[in-house]
Design a protein around this ligand. Sequence first.
Ligand code: NAD
Length: 713
Amino acid sequence: MTEAILFELGDDGILLATLDLPGRPMNVLNAITGAAIEAMVLRVEADPAVKGLVLSSGKKDFLAGADLEGIRDIATAQQAFDLSMVLKRQLRRLEKSGKPAVAVINGMCFGGGLELTLACHHRIAVHGARLGTPEVKLGLLPGGGGTQRLPRLVGMQTAMPLLCEGSEVKADKALAIGLVHALAPDREAAIEQARAWCLGNTKAQQPWDAPKFRYPGGDSRSPAVVQMLAIAPAMAAAKSWNNYPAITHIMSCVFEGGLVDFDAALLIESRYFAACVVSPESRNMLNTLWFQLNAIKKGASRPKDIPPSKVGKLGILGAGMMGAGIAYVSAKVGIDVVLLDTTQDAADKGRAYSQDLLDKALNKGRGTAAQRDALLARITPTTDYAALAGCDLVIEAVFEDRAVKAGVTQQAESQIGVGAVFASNTSTLPISGLAQASIRPANFIGLHFFSPVDKMPLVEIIVGKETSDETLARGFDYVMQIAKTPIVVNDSRGFYTSRVFGTYVMEGLAMLAEGVHPRSIEVAGLQAGMPMPPLALQDEVSLSLGLHVADQTRKDLAAEGKPYAEHPGMAVVRQLCAIGRIGKKAGKGFYDWPAVGEKGEKRLWSGLAEMFPVAAQQPAQRELIDRLMFAQANEAARCYGEGVLRSVADANVGSIFGWGFAPFQGGALQFINAMGAQAFVARARELAARHGARFEPAPAVVALAERGGRFGD
Ligand code: NAD
């Protein structure tokens, strides 16, 4: 099992070890690589002909990290501890072999990959290399010595944010902070440098094995570090509300590891690693942000047997906020864009949005003027529908008005080929209804983008009654082409994301009406792990828009002869709108907002206390948090039961990427899976008894509770 590393011993005694995991596009740390590393270490130790080691990768990246399937399969803390100690012992032997070891780092070098290179005595980064320890993003920590070697190498103050935030550093930054020792233009040059280093440093030793080793910048006892470590946990908690135990565990590893010798420190790290692996937070995040996300990206929700497609020319109708953003992300990946609006001025403004983004990036040193100009040249602003000829896809992003949308659909369809796909970016209007304006409803689909388009990673694809599989596959391919994540849902009012997201905000507003202190509501949202609290969010979205959508829904349901039951939170929206407090855009809603261009913080409006007197008896925060989270999870379960959602992965990934559902919970349906359907049903019934029928558990969860199943079984 040594084929993951190819060995070549030079006449100079330098062993060239090339990591090249067979049958995989990327090197990862798994059982096969582990065995190969063991063989490599043995050879370095035992073969007298070997005078030094140069470790590089035969692939375009060095090593992407540990194979997460191996981590998912760990059942107990002891297993996690043992697993991390196996690799660690080998790495320790490598750095203590007395022979020089040099790592040549190309492309991505993350997690276990970086830890492997940290056990080498010298590191040379090839131009374009990216280094980091992203484990924390999945609720884990570097368990191969990373939390010990990194701080001993670059200092605790520099290591801490790298470990706790999981951000990556490019080759030149890595050199500047002392993470690597040298740079090289390409792999061959780096290998030559590495070989020379080995020959010139025949008795290599790690700094931390030198008798007089001192941490750069001080160890856990030095005043500067103690000061940093005293406030770091509080600062992290202020950001994460203690929902991410891996962050605290990493800080503990760094601090405690700095009080003991290196080998004891490695044991400490493995104990915290084990705690992370068995934590529900990391299980949730691995499930959704790794396995389910990868399944989606591999096309789990895409109809099979339809050949892959690419958009060469895209038409966008409406060059407003959304149209301009869609134009930018599409031109960025090389698509030719026709950006159409009612006036040339409006269309030009839409294109100027891209110019603005690109100029800002350029000022920050990202991209070149030539790249900017090439991207802008791909966007053609116009008022002329004839320019749409030859488009593979047209996306409308005009006003949220059925008649306006119907008009532009017909005008566009008169110009585009019969095979072209027509998509609507509506946020609220059912797709099947909009498709009635189309002469080719099978080619009609919903592509729901989120604002701001250049930042938000998700696109919700909505399948109308008549949308064909081919149209869905082509919509899916386009979303992948622009490097966004697609989820696929069936048509329904509010689709999936807007419908469930709305329950979060509305629950917060209902609490206000009941006399819950507004500050408690806002804090509960943050404690629950949501990126923004409910009242602030409603201000951002605008209360008037919320009112407009509610009134439209009421009218539509009346026309369909269906009952309309208003959420108690809507009464609060109506009361504020009635006095002109319509949200951030007006400078006043639940908050008083600083004027545009003015500095200062938003402040809760003092008049709220009169309008919604605070009750003498305040509920526990836990009750508020549960209401906010159960409202969302229950609505997601309803969407699943009604067939609006087509997969559990779409539900979970869509909730985190679409509206920021607490990532540590693993998404709206994982929230129920992790808790267990029976526990969810029991708590939901308690909430229903106290706060209203909207908390009655969705039939889909009740069914799961009865048969003891989970979503996705
Ligand atoms: P916007 O008002 O910023 O832009 C709409 C643009 O459409 C304007 O430039 C307008 O001149 C143009 N337009 C109107 N009638 C037209 C016509 N007949 N022909 C060509 N152009 C016309 O609106 P927006 O926020 O970009 O929203 C556009 C669509 O996207 C709406 O359906 C909205 O519901 C949806 N949407 C918005 C968001 C959001 O956060 N703003 C998110 C998702 C979806």
